[in-house]
Every structure is written in structure tokens, then in C-alpha cells.
Design a protein around this ligand. Sequence first.
Ligand SMILES: NC(=O)c1ccc[n+]([C@@H]2O[C@H](COP(=O)([O-])OP(=O)(O)OC[C@H]3O[C@@H](n4cnc5c(N)ncnc54)[C@H](O)[C@@H]3O)[C@@H](O)[C@H]2O)c1
Length: 388
Amino acid sequence: MKIPDPSQPLRIGVAGSGFAAKFHCEYYPASGVQLSGVTSARAENREKFAVAHAMKAYTTVEAMLPHIDVLDICTPPSSHAGYIEAAAKAGVHVIVEKPFTGFYGSPETNSKPAMLRAVVDESKRLRDVVRRGGINFGYAENFVYAPSIQKEREIVEKTKAQILRMTGEESHSGSHSPVYGIWSIQGGGSLIAKGCHPLGAILYLKRKEGITRNGKPIRPAAVSARTHSITKLQGFEDKGFLRTKYHDTEDYSFLHVIFEDGTVADITASELVLGGIYDFVEVFANNHRTRCKMSPVSVVDLYSPSHAEFKDLELVEKITTNEGWIPVSPEDGWSNGCRKELDDFVNAFRLGNAPESDLDLAIDTTLTLYAGYVSADEKGREAQVPLI
Ligand SMILES: NC(=O)c1ccc[n+]([C@@H]2O[C@H](COP(=O)([O-])OP(=O)(O)OC[C@H]3O[C@@H](n4cnc5c(N)ncnc54)[C@H](O)[C@@H]3O)[C@@H](O)[C@H]2O)c1
């Protein structure tokens, strides 16, 4: 694998200049890294972003690749595969935001089994592209790096625990992104866009359990899932607090995962939750039980008598008011794992090691979610996860 010159800072090029690009640039380690370039679809956004982060703006990813060691892909999901391929061909390491990849045709004219087959083929193709390019690959699943999940990994490894069941959730009141809710850009709705987070952490923990106890990862075997469009129900009464504009994707999903060893996990992901982003994984093992919280984290409880007084403070992601008792997140990049994630990628790329959240996890997560869509299409009938 290509190892960057250790005497030089690792040169990062960012694709995208929206929400994810902003927090990545904020959380990169302060030393050993140079934020070198940015490219984004709209000229005014990339220029503004380049000035804000003292980077050079490039008109395309292809123009930026000769000047960077790592391409950090923070663009909408439908563009991920093309950019991974371009980077691998140029011998540039890749960080890709979730979801890794998906199916970006119309859900009206393509069956869910056909989508799953296409995603299996695409995953194999991208795995080969990455291998042929001799590059390292970081799957930006921040839940893996949350301190609560890393503590649970340590407990599982040190006590050789057997995880019997897990539950997990990511929900909030609806994405800020104007292109969210469009299948041909996102590859699905709540199940893929939000379910990927708790699922990624859950698959990671079962992998670690398997490696610790039997020398090989325990992987997902089958799923049952349901998806719903609650905000499109005729009887839904819109009080204006939840986002409602979903073009052709679901706003609620439930995924039941059965692992190779017969143990299970249940994941909920939705756009229907008020009170700030709601992210957790709970583990029920044969020797312990752990509640891993990403948000709210209950580290600082603030009482604010007036929203107006506190309106400019970032207290909890996606909370709709800063009035009353607020479970403040003192630092999102710590509790949700984003800062540690970028640290791990930078270290792994420097040393030529696989990061904790790697291509294998990215592929297993994606295929499990698309098997979920196959099941949901048949109202929850069990579907096999076609692992590669
Ligand atoms: N890990 C997390 O918690 C988290 C949170 C939000 C988003 N994400 C992921 O990050 C990625 C981006 O989401 P976002 O919320 O930042 O979206 P966004 O809409 O805020 O930003 C997307 C940016 O990409 C640009 N863009 C769009 N298509 C492009 C293309 N083909 N080439 C170059 N630039 C292009 C847009 O102009 C915009 O600047 C998605 O994969 C999303 O799932 C992850």
C-alpha cells in the first residue's frame, strides 16, 4: 500500500462544501495535516469554503487529485462511487462519508431485489478498484469512534463477552439537505441515511466479538425490515416542527438483523423525532449491559429561561429551541466520534494500516441495508444478506 512521505504533512482534498465538509475540516488533527484543496458543485460555495479554510479551490475532483494524498468525499451519496474510482486510479487514499454507495435509479421502475443485485455488483467493483489502486480506505462511520462504542469494544474484548442482542437508533426531525428525500441522489430514505449509523456500530461490535472469541468476525446473515412514510399519511397533522418534504423515500424504518451465530439486533431510524438528534446503541451481553449514548450524552444539563438569549449557541444538533432544560453536547466531535474518526484515518494512512472503520464494514453495512429494502418491500419477510 502507498505510504505518504512521513516528513511532509498529509495533504487533504475535500469534495463538497456543505455540512459534512465543514465538520470534517473542523475536526482534522491540528498537526501533520494540510487542508490543501476543495472542490464543490457550485463555484461560489467552493470559493467561499476555500477562503474560510485557507485552501485552494479546484473546479473538479480530477483537477485536485494530482495535488493531494487523500480525497475526503463529503458530497451526496450518488457521487461517491465515481469519486472513489477517480481517487483509486490516481493512487490517492479515500475517506468517504456514509453511506458508502447505493442504488441511484428510480424506485418506481426498479425492483428492490434488482437494486440489491446492482449494489452487490457495485460493491465488488469498488472493492477491486480500491485494491488495484493500492490505496487505503476510511469509511466515515463516526458511531464506530464514539467514546461509548470504543469503551464497549474494550469491554467485549477484555471480558470475551458474547453479545446476545443490541438495539440502536438514529433519528431526528429531518435532514437540512435540499437533496435529501430523493432516491436517485440518496439511494433511499431513513433506513440507509440514518440506519447506517447504529447499524455500522452494531456490525463493528459483532465483528470485534467474533475476532476476540473465535478468530473471525461474526457477520450479518439475514434481515427483516419495515419502512413507512408517516408524514405522507392523509391523517398526518403537520404542526410545522418536522420536515415533511420527502420526494420518493421513507421517513421511518425498522430493521431486525440476524447474525451468523443466531444473535440479533434491532435498529430504528426516522425523521420523526423532536428534541434534538437521538443516537444510541444498547448492548445486552451474557456478562454485561451497556447503554452507549451519542446524543443526548447527559454531560451538561443547561436551564435556559429564554430562547432569544441562547439562540446563537450550538447546544444540541437539530434541537428546535434553546429554551428550558437542555442536555447540552459539550463537543459534538467528541461524543459522536467524528474527531477520533479523522485521527484514526490520518494515522492509518500514515502507517499503511487498515482503519477501525474500513471498506469491509462499509460493504457489509450497505448490503445489510439493501437486503432490508428487499424485506420491507415484502412487508418484513426475511431476506438473506448477500455478503461478498
Ligand atoms: N456522518 C454524519 O453524521 C453525516 C452528517 C451529514 C451528512 N453526512 C454525509 O455527508 C455527505 C454530504 O452530506 P451533507 O449533509 O454535507 O450535504 P450538503 O447538501 O450539506 O453538502 C453537499 C455538498 O456537495 C456539493 N456537491 C453536490 N454534488 C456534488 C458533486 N457531484 N461534486 C462535487 N460537489 C457536489 C454541494 O454543492 C454541497 O456543497 C453525504 O454522504 C451524507 O450522507 C454525514
